[in-house]
Design a protein. Structure first.
Length: 312
């Protein structure tokens, strides 16, 4: 890193997930000066030498001095992580996330942002990492609906820049479990992510939309249709994806209203698949890159936390 970059360096931003590490050397205005990535997620750190050596290694790769503050979001703040960063509870303003950041007992100023909990006995839910992404994609007065697909998909209602309510769907995990450990393992040709578009996928979406309470029956019919020669095993994964994603969208629509304008925070083939599914269900979709959202959210929180220090 050259001397100009050194002069611009203000802080290190880290998105520390279950199975991955993404770090960025940031300027005071939120622009990226360098990045470092690795597979040393929470599970790796919990089972090896811990979190500090991983952070030291990535800071060195970034060329970041030990004096620069570090702001972390994600699973490093979970109970099984480096240090637990207690949940903020809904409703909570996104631009106040930095207030809940906890300082880690290590060299330098290292802090971890909190997750968010919906502490309601009838609808308990939690998120950790997505709240920082939401900060990155919303304005202070934003009101609207956001969908974040993944292993555990999130649908979040934002009101005037704060998380009002949210629901988690185990769509991606269910796909994996059903395809590998149920009778439908014989109906899915290749186990992979929820990424196959086409007629079987769209038919699965339509089935879930028309019969939102009939998911388990529809799943068995997927196998029966192949046994009776009505469908091919090659189409099994796409139809299974359609049924599960369609069921998620149907329930979220009932909970939060719609179809309506929606921000889809995603990336890659999974994002494209959800885009297709949401538009087919009548939503007006704006796609926002998930990684950029994490980086922007960390930058916003860091500037809120240390802004005066950056300008000194």
């Amino acid at each position: 890193m050259n001397s100009v970059d050194q002069a611009k360096s203000a802080f290190v931003a880290v998105d520390w997930g279950t199975s991955s590490f993404r770090g960025w050397l940031m300027a005071a205005d939120g622009s990226v000066l360098a990045e470092s990535r690795g597979s040393e997620g929470m599970l790796h750190c919990a089972g090896s030498g811990g979190f500090p050596p991983v952070l030291r290694d990535h800071r060195a790769r970034l060329g970041a001095s030990d004096q620069l503050p570090v702001l972390i979001c994600g699973m490093a703040g979970a109970k099984q992580g480096w240090v637990e960063a207690p949940y903020l509870t809904t409703p909570t303003r996104l631009d106040a996330l930095h207030v809940g950041a906890i300082r880690v007992d290590t060299s330098g100023d290292v802090r971890i942002l909190p997750g968010v909990a919906q502490a309601q006995a009838e609808q308990p839910d939690v998120m950790r990492g997505e709240e920082t992404q939401l900060l990155g994609i919303t304005e202070a007065d934003f009101t609207g609906l956001v969908c974040i697909p993944g292993t555990h998909s999130k649908w979040v209602l934002i009101e005037n820049g704060g998380i009002a309510a949210f629901t988690t769907y185990m769509t991606g995990e269910l796909f994996s479990v059903i395809a590998q450990h149920s009778i439908l393992m014989h109906a899915v040709e290749a186990v992979g992510p929820l990424t196959q578009d086409g007629a079987p996928f769209r038919e699965g979406l339509a089935t879930a939309r028309d019969m939102p309470g009939g998911l388990t029956a529809s799943l068995f019919r997927l196998r029966a249709a192949q046994l009776l020669g009505f469908e091919q095993r090659a189409d099994g994964a796409a139809r299974l994806s359609g049924l599960l994603i369609g069921s998620e969208i149907a329930d979220a629509t009932q909970r939060f209203g719609g179809p309506c304008q929606l921000r889809l925070m995603a990336a890659g083939s999974l994002g494209a698949l959800y885009h297709t599914a949401l538009e087919a269900s009548g939503f007006d979709v704006t796609v926002i890159d998930a990684e950029q959202a994490s980086r922007r959210g960390l930058a916003k929180a860091a500037i809120n936390l240390w802004g005066a220090q950056f300008s000194a």
